[in-house]
Design a protein around this ligand. Structure first.
Ligand code: RRO
Length: 310
């Protein structure tokens, strides 16, 4: 079977890559994803200046996934810009860059720098970090999202994408889709970021499991799969001529298949990558290939978006 996918000029050998935030803060981590069986790689969301992030512990494994309140620790955009400038775009797998400024002005300054560098990598603008104390997720404010995007497209003219928070109401899917559809150069959305501000409790110690925000953090893993699939499906249906990248609850070929069936062009792996390491990509890739073979599908396009309804 053929697992390859080509979209927006990006050619991937298989549809799998890391969710931004996991195994992508340092050159060494990015190189490890690049050396794995992943079909692409994306950098940690960056800010104008380097950030330490929230106090530790700030990530914990949970019974059915993970919780994190990292607080945007990153080496500063210049570090990832330098990585992208030195990257072998010809010989290597596709490189994506995630941008998550602390303000609109910061986002515009970083995007102008990536624009001027004129590199063959796609930006994923993060509108959905749930872990900055006192800062709401932009994606939950439709007017603010519209304003940010209208300013972004004034300085950044290349195709780009956004990382969205999960939505839970059909009215919200429709409202956000209508905002996104008014920006033609917005060519893809990644659904979903972690389900924000959940609380994992350890019964034995009667305690929270992470330090920031009284224990609240973004939830990933099995907990979020149905929410992720709903978001992929609804944005796939509602967006005009845009790709949807699936993220949430992928730990085997089965969930990767489900995301693609719901409409995903490619699929990111977060919690499972954090827990298993970069070897997960070869395993999930091989499981997806075996599942397609068993079902009689030769390419991803044979079943992408073809979810049956009743
Ligand atoms: O760094 C984080 O705390 C973080 C970010 Br920016 C994000 O977008 N999603 C997440 O779960 N954690």
């Amino acid at each position: 079977v053929d697992l390859s996918v080509s979209w927006l000029g990006v050619n991937m050998e298989n549809p799998l890559y890391n969710a931004s935030g996991v195994m992508c803060r340092s050159r060494e981590e990015l190189d490890a994803v690049a050396a794995s069986a992943a079909g692409a790689l994306i950098t940690k969301s960056c800010t104008l200046l380097p950030r330490e992030g929230n106090p530790e512990p700030r990530y914990a494994k949970a019974p059915h996934g993970s919780i994190n309140s990292m607080g945007l620790p990153n080496a500063g955009y210049q570090y990832y810009l330098d990585y992208a400038k030195a990257y072998d775009h010809q010989g290597g797998k596709p490189l994506f860059v995630s941008v998550s400024g602390m303000s609109l002005e910061d986002n515009l300054e970083m995007l102008a720098a990536f624009r001027d560098a004129d590199l063959p990598c796609l930006v994923e603008l993060n509108l959905s970090c749930p872990n900055l104390p006192g800062k709401p997720q932009i994606g939950y404010d439709f007017e603010a999202s519209s304003h940010v995007l209208s300013e972004v497209v004034k300085v950044y003219h290349k195709p780009f994408g956004v990382k969205l928070p999960p939505y839970f109401d059909p009215v919200h899917f429709a409202e956000m889709a209508s905002v996104l559809n008014s920006f033609p150069s917005l060519k893809y959305v990644t659904c979903i970021n972690s389900v924000g501000n959940g609380l994992v409790i350890d019964l034995d110690s009667e305690s929270v499991v992470i330090k920031p925000k009284g224990g609240l953090g973004g939830i990933g893993g099995d907990y979020v799969l149905p929410t992720a699939l709903a978001n992929v499906r609804e944005f796939y249906r509602l967006l005009d001529d845009k790709h949807v990248i699936g993220c949430g609850g992928v730990k085997s070929g089965r969930e990767a298949f489900m995301h693609i069936l719901a409409g995903a062009t490619a699929v990111q792996v977060g919690t499972c990558l954090y827990e298993e390491g970069a070897a997960c990509f070869a395993r999930i890739r091989d499981e997806l290939a075996a599942l397609m073979q068993q079902k009689g599908y030769a390419t991803l396009a044979d079943f992408r978006g073809k979810l049956k309804t009743m």
